[in-house]
Design a protein around this ligand. Structure first.
Ligand code: ADP
Length: 172
């Protein structure tokens, strides 16, 4: 999908293998690693990532922090903490949108030109995938309309995620 200044693309991949300037991690508040994509990123980046995350000391939900990518092909990792799904009436949509927005703003500050996102909160945190994909794409598009010539890649880890993203692209 081409926008005024940048591009959004969709790919089925293990995010840890991508050759981009930055990959985004669906982290938890402590930033010291967990399961899912977080565990995969820590495993692939190596133990120095854990040390840097521990030094940062945590991250509030909806915000983002940046570290080096260490053993990854990606130079940077942007860690953002998605909301845990609690039925939808506790500001989950807005917090999820903040994750994408704050990650992209941080990326722009670091001169990042290509960035890959997993479907934040749509795994263990229980956010409904279809809704999460729509929010993600909306924020990506909004960011590219206003600024920067970034390439944003939405990484799907399942066929259903891919389908939801495709549908959302058609809607927007
Ligand atoms: P959260 O706790 O924010 O829900 P999860 O890691 O459980 O985070 O899941 C977030 C999304 O990342 C899910 O859609 C999951 O399928 C996907 N995912 C898990 N591992 C990978 C990976 N290696 N590459 C890309 N996406 C992944």
């Amino acid at each position: 999908m081409q926008t005024a200044s940048g591009k959004i693309s969709l790919t089925m991949a293990d995010i840890t293998t991508l050759e981009v300037d930055a990959i985004v991690n669906a982290a938890n508040n402590s930033l010291v690693g967990g399961g899912g994509v977080d565990g995969a990123i820590h495993k692939a980046a190596g133990p120095q990532l854990f040390k840097e995350c521990r030094r940062i000391g945590g991250c509030p939900t909806g915000e983002a922090r940046i570290t080096s990518g260490y053993q990854l092909a990606a130079r940077w990792i942007i860690h953002t903490v998605g909301p845990i799904w609690r039925g939808g009436d506790e500001g989950e949509d807005d917090l999820l949108a903040c994750c994408y927005r704050n990650s992209l703003i941080l990326g722009r500050q670091y001169g990042i030109k290509s960035i890959a996102f997993p479907a934040i909160s749509a795994g263990v945190y229980g956010f409904p995938m279809e809704r999460a994909c729509r929010i993600a794409l909306k924020e990506m598009k909004r960011f590219l309309e206003k600024s920067s010539d970034m390439e944003i890649i939405a990484v799907c880890f399942s066929n259903s995620a891919y389908r939801y993203y495709q549908d959302a692209m058609q809607e927007l």
